[in-house]
Design a protein around this ligand. Structure first.
Ligand code: NAD
Length: 474
């Protein structure tokens, strides 16, 4: 794989160029640095038809044969981290070490996912009269769409579970960050029969074309809640199955007994990893009033020493916002907070120049209904809010249309776990944050999503129940 070769799509086992191309911008410089193919409607039809043609043979191959092929993907990707990571930094903005970490996490996920096992068929009745057995059968063709914050991890960890379950696929990364995902497709193209996995890139029209396509049986989508609603609407016409991993506004809760000095780095990274562009970052930090000033001051002191800059500078720990639209949105939230006279306790430094850099910003005790608390900022801006009682903080943490994650910090593990049990979201961490596992169900409650990714439950989400009932002859 040459790092300068043109980017191509994988359709029906062939690497193909687009008839048009899509510019890709480096967010650290705001300059276009490469072009990806812009998939036409005809090419989308070809990809979907190829996936439909490949489906029966892939389904009939059996789980173990499929596993054998899929297990070869992770080592191929692992060997290429050295060339993939700098490309990921260029298109996404994150520091090189974080880009290496993202691809390393993908390798880990894909290795473990290929070892998942479909649960045995369930015997519902085995009597002299009747044998009733429920099997799981694949759905057909899965269309998968990914966002720009972890462009390679969130796209490619969608691949193995549906394929292992016997489906075929069309995968589409974000138009803002398609390049590393396309390179991964080149690396693994020869491991699967033609058409089993198709990887396409394109502009804003391609997502709606894919989710509305009659040849798609399920949509696996990660992105914003707003887009998730549109995906659900377009899937309704042919009743496509859906997995939606959407936005969040996760609360972090610091209990009164927390060891604040030693927690400060973890509290900081729980909110600012990937410059705040993580669906499960802490987006509202609730601190008991007895520890409030200590936490605000500790975070400000820590933030002062975190270099923000281009991801290819080895000193950088926080990169830019990935795209101009999101950059303007996050700037808008901070400007609004300033205009409302909110208590901005800390604003960090950013490099001068055209890149999409936003300073680390800490806002003390903004009103619960201010935009910076109520909306998902998806940038390096953290509201820190004080509370007085456990019942109060649980109520405030749960008063959100979202329910993706959440974190509780405290020395008394039983107390902290009892608080976590009351948080109404898909995953809650106690004394750590953002730990995801290929074996643990990940899901969003309420407007954070629908269905499950990962674990056996995630695998089953790529199947339908198929019950066969035999009436025994006397
Ligand atoms: P987005 O919703 O704008 O885009 C996601 C994908 O959907 C892209 O591939 C895009 O091309 C496609 N798309 C856009 N409009 C479409 C339409 N009308 N029909 C079909 N497809 C369409 O999201 P984004 O801005 O790229 O990502 C940021 C959001 O993603 C944040 O809200 C974040 O919380 C969320 N997110 C959620 C998770 C999770 O697992 N729950 C993980 C990461 C990010």
């Amino acid at each position: 794989m040459s790092s300068t070769a043109p980017f191509q799509m994988l359709i029906d086992g062939q690497l193909v160029s687009g008839t048009a191309s899509l510019p890709v911008t480096n967010p650290a410089t705001a300059q276009v640095f490469a072009h990806a193919p812009d998939c036409t409607r005809e090419q989308l039809d070809q990809a979907v038809s190829a996936a439909r043609r490949a489906f029966p043979a892939w389904r009939d191959l059996g789980e173990d044969q499929r596993r054998e092929r899929l297990a070869q993907m992770a080592p191929r990707i692992e060997q290429a981290i050295g060339t993939l990571a700098p490309l990921l930094t260029q298109e996404q903005g994150k520091p090189l070490a974080s880009a290496q970490g993202e691809i390393g996490a993908l390798v880990h996920f894909m290795r473990e996912q290929s070892q998942l096992k479909m649960p045995a068929p369930v015997v519902n009745e085995d009597s002299p009269q009747r044998l009733s057995v429920t099997h799981r059968v694949p759905l057909g063709v899965v269309g998968a769409l990914a966002p720009w914050n972890f462009p390679v991890l969130l796209a490619w960890w969608k691949v193995i579970p549906p394929l292992l379950a016997g489906n075929t696929m069309v995968l589409k990364p974000s138009p803002l960050t398609p390049l590393t995902a396309l390179r991964v497709a080149e690396l693994v193209a020869d491991l699967l029969p033609p058409g089993v996995l198709n990887v396409i890139s394109g502009g804003d029209e391609l997502g709606p074309w894919l989710t509305a396509h009659d040849g798609i049986d399920k949509v696996s989508f990660t992105g914003s809640t707003q887009t998730g609603r549109r995906v659900m609407e377009s899937a309704s016409r042919t009743l496509k199955r859906l997995t939606l991993e959407l936005g969040g506004n996760d609360a972090g809760i610091v209990l009164p007994d927390a060891d604040v000095p030693s927690l400060i780095p973890q509290l900081f990274w729980s909110a600012f990893t990937n410059s705040g562009q993580v669906c499960i970052d802490t987006k509202r930090l609730y601190v008991h009033s007895s520890r409030f000033e200590e936490v605000v001051q500790g975070l400000a002191d820590y933030a002062r020493n975190i270099p923000v800059g281009p991801g290819d500078d080895p000193k950088t720990l926080l990169g830019p916002i990935q795209n101009e639209r999101q950059f303007r949105r996050v700037q808008g939230l901070v400007n609004q907070a300033r205009e409302q006279g909110l208590d901005i306790r800390f604003e960090g430094q950013v490099p001068e120049g055209p890149g999409y850099f936003v300073p680390v910003t800490l806002i003390a005790n903004p009103p619960e209904d201010s935009a910076v608390v109520a909306e998902e900022a998806f940038g390096p801006v953290l509201p820190i809010l004080s509370y007085d009682s456990i019942d109060e903080v649980v109520e405030r943490a749960n008063a959100s249309p979202y329910g993706l994650g959440g974190t509780v910090w405290g020395k008394d593990e039983a107390l902290a776990t009892s608080v976590a049990n009351r948080i109404q979201s898909g995953t809650v961490w106690v004394n750590e944050t953002m730990h995801l596992s290929p074996h643990a169900a990940f899901s969003g409650h309420r407007q954070s999503g629908l269905g499950v990714e990962h674990g056996v439950e995630g695998l089953l989400g790529n199947t339908s129940a198929h019950t066969v009932v035999l009436k025994r002859q006397a």
